[in-house]
Design a protein around this ligand. Sequence first.
Ligand code: APR
Ligand code: PHB
Length: 389
Amino acid sequence: MRTQVAIIGGGPSGLLLSQLLHKRGIASVVLERRSRDYVLGRIRAGILEAGFVNLMREAGVAERMDQECIIHDGTTFSCGEEEFSIDFRRHAGTPVVVYGQTEVTRDLYDATEQDPGRVITEADEVMPHDLDTDKPYVTFVKDGLTQRLDCDYVAGCDGFHGVSRKQIPDSVRREYEKTYPFGWLGILSETPPVHDELIYANSEQGFALCSLRNEHLSRYYVQCPLTDRPEDWSDDRFWEELKRRIPSRHAANLVTGPSIEKSIAPLRSFVCEPMRWGRLFLCGDAAHIVPPTGAKGLNTAASDIHYLYHALLQFYEEKDGEGLERYSEKALARVWKAERFSWWMTSLLHRFPDQSGFDLRIQRTELAFLQDNDAAQKVLAENYVGLPY
Ligand code: APR
Ligand code: PHB
């Protein structure tokens, strides 16, 4: 088998890159370890920056998103009973789009049905080879048969636990990591959202987030100890704890119901440098992880895909390798800004076990300054809606 771009990983990063390349006549093959249904079964965030929306439109897969998404002009922050809203349109000139990552991934998989060979699911033992030569290739096992895919370039879109990042030699690869001493317990419930904006809540009991997927499907999170397990939290316990952490006027309006999904995720900041080695280009979670507080995971994967897509266009259409040479430098510049914002939002809103009385006062003052200062709100809004590519 031969293609121009071999893409390891059929999550949103790999699928979006493949679809964009396909629209410009550049051949790719996506090798995904899991089944399509398994990939679509993952519950992930749902806040899209304008840059991501534009890429989906350029990829020709935005029709359902444009019909079903919800536009949010701002978001609400609360500290105990205090609350305030930050107006994205006023401060940053654009809203954000609420549309679940699962739906994004579904739209991208649906688009591949016109050319079924482009995505190979349930591909085992995927392994890139000769990345430091001009003839890289990828091997994989499908239905018990070992196959070889020759290519010009390999996009490592295989997430944090994939094989691609580790192909960069230890002597070249630098990894930066910060772990957080708590997790997020999240539930999905078929209930109407509690508010017309997301609520990011700082409370004495810890962080909480009120989000949604649509007007009939809500997504809630509470900060919890890393030692907790989902089975430690009954639905009743979850709802009571959420009500304690959000302003009472919202708690009074909260429509509770059975959870249809319940899980705990740890929080981590992680960056791998460089994001390119020879003919290998890392994109998305394969190269970086952010705590979900700033809703930057999928949106930072999107800017990687933007840079790599345009670099590949420049190479194949103009025979100019400059974009490929600069890919890592350009992608990392924006990755680190997303890391900073996600770390800052996490530091602002969570209770840390080692916080002193002074630390708590500083955190509360930071929120009060954000509430009262237009410039501070503008900085948050510009980061939340997405810094320019
Ligand atoms: N071979 C083939 N596929 C693999 C391998 C492998 N060795 N390892 C992992 N994969 C697949 C996974 O099954 C997954 O479908 O790669 C895909 C990676 O997808 P994601 O982990 O979703 O990463 P990405 O596409 O970069 O999307 C980033 O996902 O985790 C969230 O918060 C993150 O929203 C962000 C988004
Ligand atoms: C979500 O809806 O899952 C979500 C929204 C905003 C965040 C994190 C998660 O910051």
